[in-house]
Design a protein around this ligand. Sequence first.
Ligand SMILES: Cc1cc2nc3c(=O)[nH]c(=O)nc-3n(C[C@H](O)[C@H](O)[C@H](O)COP(=O)(O)O)c2cc1C
Length: 198
Amino acid sequence: MTKRIAITELVGETQALQSAPIWLFVCCDAARPMKIFETLKIDCHLGEVTRLVHSLIDTSLAAENIVIASESLGLASVFTIYHWKVLGEIAGLLHLPANVLPLLLLCIGYPAEKPPLRPRWRTEIVFHVDRYRLPAKGTILRQYNKSNTSLVRMGYFSKGVETLAQHWQRKFSTKDMILRERKLRRELKRLGFLPETL
Ligand SMILES: Cc1cc2nc3c(=O)[nH]c(=O)nc-3n(C[C@H](O)[C@H](O)[C@H](O)COP(=O)(O)O)c2cc1C
């Protein structure tokens, strides 16, 4: 429980975290295979970029399976990355060695709501046959307006946000992102998931 408090202090309070009895950090683990190679004295190298790609795929698949298993038990879950703003601190708190990256923080609990299906982009826009096609501006605007109207009707946005554009601008503001990326690159290099030279 004390870890939970320490994590909350680092990450901040959010409804998804505070209402979930179970938190699972789903981690990319390159430390164990590296240790196995070393123990067996075999000439294997995971490679920095290959390691990152394999790890992201493996870990996301594992997380997705955890979500499906939880749902099949009548539980609910939320994928989160709140902890990415304090990645190094979280790694320290959990005693993660180099080459272990806490990719996702899965919140698992009992469902408190049955949210409506969120708007989806039309299949013709996201599914490509034989060649990729970027949607035309008109298609994007029509789909955007439809999604926006539907999300407003669902009461999806937090206070002070009225459109999807505002929602994205809050999440991905260029100024904040530059600072966030700088810190992230540092942390990822330290954890062994980005080449030092990048
Ligand atoms: C990789 C990934 C990371 C996410 N991180 C967060 C997060 O940090 N905080 C959050 O509120 N939702 C996060 N989400 C979104 C939620 O997990 C969830 O998918 C989303 O809230 C879907 O519900 P909605 O359609 O009601 O938004 C993330 C989703 C993904 C796929």
